[in-house]
Design a protein around this ligand. Structure first.
Ligand code: SAM
Ligand code: SF4
Ligand code: SF4
Length: 338
């Protein structure tokens, strides 16, 4: 099944919950949020049923995200249910790692293949400034537990922000290397809750590369696999890392991803203004065929390339101001899943 630009539907990111135990500057900078109604949150069975339909239509990669997915009480049950689908070849999770040490082993036993842990700094005080919570030690324990528990390949996601953490690029590469992990530097994006975004704070992929080359020596680009969002590189000693250049070099032309919010809204693009409601038909008793038709219609009409459209604007500010986010929390990054 292809969209209007010939892109297949391969990868589904499922947000398990909109709540989070951190308050990252670039995602949840406010004091108060409008949360999704509790009754609207998809049950484990509903998630499983939708994954079954998506997988029949080509989805073979599922990533669990949030909010913070490990705050969802039934997270292990969700993993078990999705892992039972033989067409899902790759089941991963993006987490802030705070609760990972406690759960790594049961997640692995339930069928989770791998995790990406978000970590923007190795300095406790800076971590607290960036996330408004003093929980770096728990994240570090979580990363160790994931590495020891075989949740591999282990990735560390770092959003690079000028004058916040751009002096830690090599520290993070060395930290990851020591744990058999790989860093992905993510350009700061103007999405969702990033209401304080400015272009000046974005450290571009090319700037990251030139800074690292000054530190380590010549950097070699590695062949990419076409649809993966990260460009990968190797340092002279063979250490690899990735850069997700969503802001300065968007990769929409190869995008095979869509997102399902915790309350069952299906978004065809991270920047998409509207989602397709899959919860309502599911709860009103629609058959699998009817849900399938909704998904087919949505994907075959898909013409989204949000990050490229944003880049084409030239000078720009944040996508949304706080009033717009409060009006519809589905616009938040912590709702639609990163
Ligand atoms: N709470 C989990 C976590 O932080 O890993 C999962 C959800 S979080 C929304 C998923 C990813 O989105 C994280 O790696 C986070 O760094 C990234 N993210 C959130 N806001 C971003 C922004 N404005 N620019 C770039 N990446 C962002
Ligand atoms: Fe940070 Fe992830 Fe929570 Fe957003 S959802 S505030 S990125 S930990
Ligand atoms: Fe895909 Fe939209 Fe991101 Fe482009 S902006 S890569 S189309 S999700």
């Amino acid at each position: 099944m292809l969209d209007t630009f010939g892109r297949p539907l391969k990868s589904l990111r499922i947000s398990l919950i909109d709540k989070c135990n951190l308050r990252c500057q670039y995602c949840m900078p406010e004091e108060e949020y409008v949360w999704l109604p509790r009754d609207d949150i998809l049950t484990v069975d509903e998630i499983g049923e939708l994954v079954d339909v998506f997988s029949e239509l080509g989805v073979d990669k599922v990533r669990l995200t949030g909010g913070e997915p490990l705050l969802r009480r039934e997270v292990v049950d969700v993993v078990e249910r999705v892992a039972a689908n033989p067409d899902v070849g790759d089941l991963s999770m993006t987490t802030n790692g705070v609760l990972l040490a406690k759960q790594a082993e049961s997640l692995r036993s339930a069928g989770l293949d791998r995790v990406s842990v978000s970590l923007d700094t190795l300095r406790p005080q800076r971590f607290e400034q960036l996330t408004r919570r003093d929980r770096l030690h728990e994240v570090l324990e979580g990363i160790d537990a994931a590495a020891e528990g075989g949740l591999k390949p282990l990735k560390i996601n770092t959003v690079v922000m000028r004058e916040y953490n751009d002096d830690e690029l090599s520290d993070l590469i060395d930290f990851a290397k020591d744990r058999g992990a790989e860093v992905r530097f993510i350009e700061y994006m103007d999405v969702g809750g990033a209401t304080r975004w400015t272009m000046d704070m974005v450290v571009s992929s090319s700037e990251i590369l030139s800074r690292l080359a000054r530190h380590y020596g010549p950097i070699e680009p590695l062949r990419d696999d076409g649809s993966a969002p990260a460009n990968r590189y190797a340092l002279p000693d063979g250490t690899t890392f990735g850069i997700i250049a969503s802001t300065t070099e968007p990769f929409c032309r190869a995008c095979d991803r869509s997102r399902l919010t915790a309350d069952g809204m299906w978004f065809l693009c991270l920047y998409g203004a509207h989602g397709i409601d899959l919860r309502r038909p599911l709860r009103e008793g629609a058959s699998q065929d009817e849900i399938r038709s909704l998904i087919v219609r949505g994907w075959t009409n898909r013409a989204d390339r949000g990050a490229e459209d944003r880049k084409a604007l030239g000078l720009r500010g944040p996508l949304y101001q706080i009033e717009a986010l409060r009006k519809d929390p589905h616009r938040e990054m912590h709702t639609r899943g990163g």
